[in-house]
Design a protein around this ligand. Structure first.
Ligand code: C5P
Length: 256
């Protein structure tokens, strides 16, 4: 089933988008390098780099290995998503965003609950930077359900909270958001084709859900309007990560 026009994202590719659906899928799959150190990351990248082009460096790896883990990925022509989910006072987050941009990463996350002033300061920090990375506001973590939200005093449903965060982010001048597949169609309708919507919590049929709550299979997330899919454990903990990634690319291609 093709993606309805309304849910189709646009991409600012340097080159024209490839016509082969598997190649298109390859440009939209991000593998989370959630491993404990640089050696484990290098080993995983060596297995995967002929199959995927995007890698996500998150808190576990960055805290262990530092910014040095980014440079070889960028040098080898990969696109890097730095997922540190900044949440601090506006001045501190602006500085962190500038530091992240200097590393050559393409996507950076910050928590939408940091508020409009923090989001605006982050956006302003990228002004004047040539070919800046995209800022992604994390709406509600895909590991959160209503009961988890209620525990931290958020009484809305995850869907309503996601929409509130996205409207606030748009008003602060952002166009990139992280949300689950369950909310991505609503956000695509809000952002239009220019929205950069990144969806974690992706699980192929039969995969272990683990700590995720709001999950979807790869093709469904794309059909709902996702720009990029983030996949961690279903690839990184597979006995053959490249095979697992290839299977997910083929499932994504069915929706493209
Ligand atoms: O292993 P799994 O596929 O669940 O990994 C999902 C990745 O996406 C993790 O690196 C996690 O930090 C990240 N993420 C998420 N939910 C968000 C934002 C990022 O799961 N809202």
């Amino acid at each position: 089933m093709p993606i309805p026009e309304r849910l189709n994202p646009t991409f600012a590719y340097a080159a024209p988008a490839p016509s082969d659906p598997v190649e298109q899928a390859r440009q939209r799959l991000i593998v989370a390098l959630d491993v404990p150190d640089a050696a484990a990351a290098n080993e995983l990248v060596a297995h995967l780099e002929n199959t995927v082009t995007w890698f996500k460096v998150g808190l576990e790896l960055f805290t262990a290995a530092g910014p040095a883990v980014i440079e070889p990925l960028v040098r080898r022509g990969h696109s890097v998503f730095l997922d540190l989910k900044f949440h601090d006072i506006p001045n501190t987050v602006a500085g962190a965003v500038r530091s992240a941009a200097a590393l050559g990463v393409r996507l950076i996350t910050l928590h939408a609950v940091g508020g409009p002033a923090m989001l605006s300061a982050a956006r302003a920090a990228l002004e004047g930077i040539e070919n800046p990375p995209e800022l992604l506001a994390v709406t509600v973590l895909t590991s959160m359900d209503s009961s988890q939200l209620n525990s931290v005093g958020m009484d809305r449903s995850p869907a309503d909270q996601v929409e509130l965060m996205a409207r606030m982010g748009l008003a602060a001048g952002l166009r990139g958001f992280v949300c689950s597949a369950q909310e991505v169609a609503t956000l695509r309708a809000l952002t239009g084709p220019e929205g950069v919507l990144v969806v974690p919590g992706i699980r192929p049929a039969g995969a272990d859900i683990a700590d995720q709550k709001r999950i979807a299979p790869p093709a469904d997330a794309l059909r709902q309007g996702a720009s990029y899919l983030v996949v961690g454990r279903p690839i990184t903990q597979a006995s053959d990560p490249a095979d697992a990634a290839d299977a997910i690319l083929r499932q994504m291609a069915e929706a493209l």
